[in-house]
Design a protein around this ligand. Structure first.
Ligand code: FPP
Length: 252
């Protein structure tokens, strides 16, 4: 993916204050603050998104190095279509560019790529690139990177309901057969476990329609750091906070 980690080389291996047995197995990130990062530097917002891609690549490497098998990132929400046309266009072009430029390295690094969201509404060329990248990486096991693109948690839940309703209508399923496990199997994320840790950068205290069902018991970690500045040390701090929490899942 990108250049090698340039910072404190000791952070290439798992920091000693983290327990390798208690790492989250699935981390989800809301990569917020790209625009503010650019504005602070009097740069166009799109440069913040470019820098955001660099931060994401570094986080994927970090998951690989520290043994965190699954990372899900929120790249484009169903609400993001409401941004100015030029920014939307830039973001969609950026996704194409990233896929084109990074695919070879993703393959070399054994990263499995997956996309979740209403993909059929994306530009056909991007859809084709996504399909190719998913196909070429689907057997990889080192790190699983899920990219939520044109994703909305409510939309995901509604489409699961529609699929289930159709199955009931066809007589394949009785309404009382629909339990949490059955329901979760109709979400985009059917194949993966729920995130243990949800990180949101740039200080906002909201879920913004991200993985509404799946984060029911995730630990939330919110940092004021803007996404392009979120580096290994920031991730280290998030994991430390995670390991200090007591996960009770509603029990005592
Ligand atoms: C939120 O910052 C960030 C986004 C809407 C886009 C994030 C996308 C990437 C980093 C690219 C990922 C690409 C691939 C292919 C995986 P913001 O613009 O809302 O920031 P602001 O709140 O400061 O305005």
């Amino acid at each position: 993916m990108m250049t090698n980690y340039q910072g404190n080389s000791s952070l290439l291996t798992l920091p000693a204050d983290l327990d390798p047995q208690r790492l989250p197995q699935h981390v989800a990130v809301i990569m917020d603050g790209n625009g503010r990062w650019a504005q602070k530097r009097h740069l166009p917002r799109i440069m913040g998104h470019q820098q955001g891609v660099a931060a994401l690549k570094e986080l994927v490497r970090c998951c690989r190095d520290w043994g965190i098998p699954h990372l899900t990132c929120y790249a484009f929400s169903t609400e993001n279509w409401g941004r100015p046309g030029l920014e939307v266009e830039f973001l969609l072009t950026l996704f194409e560019q990233v896929l084109r430029q990074e695919l070879e390295e993703l393959i070399r690094e054994q990263v499995r790529l997956e996309f979740v969201g209403h993909l059929a509404a994306l530009p056909p060329r991007l859809q084709a690139q996504i399909a190719e990248a998913v196909e070429l990486t689907r057997h990889h096991e080192r790190v699983w990177l899920t990219v939520a693109t044109n994703y909305g948690g409510r939309q995901e839940i509604v489409q699961a309901c529609q699929t289930l309703a159709r199955r009931v209508q066809r007589g394949e399923l009785a309404p009382e057969d629909i339990d949490e496990t059955q329901f979760a199997q109709h979400l985009y994320t059917a194949a993966s476990r729920d995130p243990d840790l949800l990180i949101r950068t740039s200080g906002e205290m909201r879920l913004s329609n991200f993985l509404l069902w799946q984060v029911a018991y995730a630990e939330l970690y919110i940092t004021d750091t803007l996404w392009p500045d979120f580096d290994r040390e920031c991730f280290h701090q998030a994991l430390r906070a995670f390991q200090q929490r007591q996960r009770r899942f509603g029990r005592l």
